[in-house]
Design a protein around this ligand. Structure first.
Ligand SMILES: *Cc1c(COP(=O)(O)O)cnc(C)c1O
Length: 434
């Protein structure tokens, strides 16, 4: 055996045997990352979709510094603090009407676990035997056991599949096939065990940046309502301006029964998540009977420093963030439009600040290796892009300049040019994953 030196750190979604050399980052500022070998990288995916206002935004950094000196952790059972109270009050004002309570946790996955437990707790506590969760094909809701259960099944969770719980699944509403989704949802909702439908509004992120229109979302909500099935909006990725409005549900005038927000909640500075719910879900747990307590916590529930960062993020939303979202959406449209006429790409699409396009390639699946090849090409160009299989997407911080965004699209055009010689047009099944 050769004495291969293997990384002591086990990185996420990383096959160390193929990719053992990590890019060492020493500093971040705005849309830029600086490497130990003195390169400046444009972060075109907002560091896994979280950095909304740019790296190390001074307003958020100051808020973190100030809070860290005052109170940096407190048990949140039986205790409270101002940053959490202010964040909760502000979010309830901004979120779709009907959501009246906020439960804090520390990641998108956890916020979804909380949502599922709230839904099942609701039915359990009101004495109705509903336990079935309805999901959408190609969805991604996290990597914990519960969120894998409600997410797309595939190579990513094959080893764990025997432990995942059963769900009902409806097809993704591909353009022109929306009715099939609505019919399947209606049939699933009519089963008396149907407890909740969980969905990523408007854009399915890790499933390949798959987009569908607001009217479909609205119809899905109407169908759930007709059968009293709880509607859970997983806005972990779509929240905080990504789709052009603060929350994706807004533009479809959908009021979810439960909503999950995380990634951009602290502007991408610290881990934090919230799960919001309707009053009757909270009330179903409100009782002098202790067995009806909502039995969930994380050690760092509502960490004060993370909450202070979230409060600073909310302040930025009152100081021109909406305008930056609108202007980024316009720039994205201008720059992606020419690719609609480029035969080397298909499914050229955009919702708000997110754009995506599929490179026609013979080795298109997530595992087939085109993704890492594309990523390596972009890395040489000092661009942080991380294609999902053959799907290239651009989801930058809102502060990116037009010039830098042009640089990103020039890289995408050039990668197609470079691959042009060895291109074959065989379609392969789509994989989820990150
Ligand atoms: C990223 C993501 C999650 C999981 O969030 P983590 O913070 O990575 O646990 C859940 N749902 C959606 C829609 C996501 O995009």
């Amino acid at each position: 055996m050769t004495s291969l030196q293997k990384s002591p750190i086990w990185h996420p979604f990383t096959q160390h045997a193929l990719h053992d050399k990590m890019t060492r980052i020493t500093r971040g500022e705005g849309a830029y990352l600086y490497t130990a070998d003195h390169r400046r990288i444009i972060d075109a995916i907002a560091s896994w979709w979280v950095v909304t206002h740019g790296h190390c935004h001074p307003h958020i950094v100051r808020a973190i510094q100030k809070q860290a000196e005052q109170l940096n952790q407190i048990i949140f059972a039986g205790h409270t603090h101002e940053p959490a109270e202010e964040v909760a009050a502000q979010i309830l004002k901004l979120a779709p009407r009907g959501l009246e309570h906020v439960f804090f946790s520390d990641s998108g996955s956890t916020s979804v676990e909380v949502a599922l437990k709230m839904a099942l707790g609701y039915w359990h506590n009101i004495g109705a035997p509903r336990t079935r969760i309805i999901v959408m094909q190609h969805s991604y809701h996290g990597d914990t056991a519960g969120t894998m259960s409600v997410g797309a099944r595939g190579v990513f969770n094959a080893a764990y599949e025997p432990l995942l719980f059963d769900v009902a699944s409806v097809p993704f509403p591909a353009a022109g096939h929306e009715q099939a989704t609505l019919d399947a949802l209606e049939a699933a909702c009519k089963k008396e065990t149907a407890a909740a439908f969980i969905v990523e509004p408007l854009v399915l992120g890790a499933g390949g940046m798959l987009m569908y229109p607001g009217w479909t979302l609205k119809e899905m909500k109407r169908i759930c309502e007709a059968s009293d099935v709880l509607f859970i909006a997983d806005e972990v990725m779509t929240g905080w301006g990504r789709t052009g409005t603060l929350f994706a549900c807004e533009q479809a005038d959908v009021r979810p029964d439960i909503a999950c927000y995380s990634k951009g909640l602290t502007g991408g500075s610290l881990p934090l998540a919230v799960t919001l719910c309707r009053a009757d879900i909270f009330d179903a747990h409100y009782s002098s009977d202790r067995s009806r307590t909502f039995f969930h916590s994380s050690s760092y529930t509502a960490n004060p420093v993370a909450c202070a960062a979230a409060r600073a993020n909310l302040e930025l939303w009152q100081q021109g963030a909406r305008e930056r979202v609108t202007s980024l959406a316009t720039m994205q449209e201008r720059l992606i439009a020419p690719f609609r006429a480029d035969v080397r790409f298909e499914n050229v699409r955009r919702t708000g600040t997110i754009s995506a396009l599929d490179l026609k390639a013979s080795d298109a699946g997530y595992l087939a290796g085109i993704g890492p090849k594309l990523q390596a090409f972009f890395e040489r160009r000092n661009l942080l892009l991380r294609p999902l299989g053959n799907t290239i997407y651009v989801m930058p911080p809102y502060c990116i300049t037009e010039e830098d965004l042009e640089e990103v699209y020039a890289g995408i055009k050039d990668v197609a040019d470079e691959l042009a010689g060895r291109r074959a047009l065989r379609a392969l099944p789509r994989w989820g994953g990150r």
